[in-house]
Design a protein around this ligand. Structure first.
Ligand code: FNR
Length: 363
């Protein structure tokens, strides 16, 4: 059951901080380096004020929206988060049940701790749930990467979300302080069988980053390659620069997710709330744009829509719900956020998401 007194996403985090061990909590809650971007993501939403209109007719209002040819009941998706069996023994399976029940889109991480085929079999039939997408990290072995794409396609995933802001993992001080380790029974099961990278012998003049790791990191050419091998929509996640959003479209991407990886990769980049309107301005009104980072209230979802997002993702909050009460906890988190969004819409005088625009923000 949902613990007593947990009535908001913030409450879920506070409760999970007590439930999870220090190792898992550092992993799920931490950000890169000094966590300046982690905090900025939150404070940027908080710093935007709403400018409500009253006495409008809201009869027939709803939160439905269309994305890649599908109707979504509401614009809240669950972001790809790795290793969810560290939060709860049912891990991504519980998350998938909850997403189904709540009509929330689900993006399964490449580093999920449950097989992508098992997750796809656990969800409701397509018409009764939100979209099911697979998050792809390019692996150093392109053959293996292609195989992963094929598996996602045959399992019924409807889009590929290529995360492009994590060619290296960030400087994770919080994890290093607790000596973070994956528990022995949790692993990236979908990447089992990935051939080990060729060992590179580095001399003292070479860099581990540039001469080894980045030698196989994807580039725009690889986005074109991916575009050429799949018919699924390709969405690039981790776009912060308007120039990159334009390059994404030019290289065949069908949408972008404005994201700084929840402040976990590069520290001291701007908040996504700050960047989002620039991306929308660069891409025009039609190009699909999603956003994530620090969304904790229905008013944050509302603000993201007002700044040009078609939909939003939440990461940590639902994992804390998962830690607190399994599928029920994830379900609760989505329901809370959706209810709060509807309240914000009602009190701002917006009957539909299409009614939410920059006029609803005080500037
Ligand atoms: C992530 N994120 C992430 N993104 C991705 O593309 N693949 C992944 O495997 C992961 N793994 C992951 C683990 C953990 C513990 C966190 C917190 C985040 C980033 C995630 O999809 C999303 O961008 C952020 O979590 C959004 O910010 P909030 O909602 O957590 O503030």
């Amino acid at each position: 059951p949902i613990p007593q007194g947990v009535v908001s996403l913030g409450d879920h985090e506070m409760h999970a901080a007590k439930r999870l061990d220090a190792n898992a909590f550092a992993y799920f809650s931490g950000g890169a380096a000094d966590e300046i971007t982690l905090r900025a993501n939150r404070t940027a939403w908080d710093g935007i004020q709403l400018f409500p209109r009253v006495l409008r007719n809201l009869v027939g209002g709803h939160t439905r929206t269309a994305l890649f040819g599908r109707t979504l009941a509401h614009p809240i998706l669950l972001a790809p988060v790795a290793f969810q069996r560290m939060a709860h023994r049912d891990g991504e399976m519980a998350t998938a049940y909850a997403a189904s029940m709540q009509g929330a889109g689900l993006i399964l991480s490449s580093q999920a701790s449950v097989l992508l085929e098992h997750v796809a079999r656990a969800v409701l039939p397509e018409r009764q749930r939100g979209p099911l997408w697979f998050q792809l990290y390019f692996q150093h072995d392109r053959g293996f990467t292609k195989e992963l794409v094929r598996r996602a396609e045959s399992a019924g995933y409807e889009a590929l979300v290529v995360t492009v802001d994590a060619s290296s993992s960030g400087v994770r001080d919080r994890e290093r302080r607790v000596g973070f380790k994956l528990p022995p029974d949790v692993s990236a099961v979908n990447l089992a069988g990935l051939p080990a990278p060729k060992p590179v012998m580095l001399n003292e003049h070479q860099s581990r980053m540039f001469d080894a790791l980045l030698a196989t990191a994807p580039t725009w050419k690889d986005i074109e390659w991916l575009r050429g091998i799949t018919r699924l929509p390709v969405i690039l996640k981790g776009i912060m620069h308007p120039g990159d959003a334009q390059l994404a479209a030019q290289h065949g991407a069908d949408g972008v997710i404005v994201s700084n990886h929840g402040g976990r990769t590069l520290d001291t980049v701007p908040a996504t709330a700050t960047i989002l309107p620039r991306i929308r301005a660069a891409m025009g009104p039609q190009f699909p744009i999603l956003a994530d980072g620090g969304i904790r209230r229905g008013t944050d979802v509302f603000k993201a829509i007002a700044l040009g997002a078609d939909a939003v993702l939440i990461g940590r909050p639902y994992v804390f719900g998962l830690a607190n009460a399994g599928a029920m906890g994830v379900s609760h988190v989505v329901r809370l956020l959706r209810d709060e969004l509807e309240i914000a819409m009602a009190l701002c005088g917006c009957a539909t998401l299409a009614d939410i625009n920059a006029d609803a923000l005080f500037s």
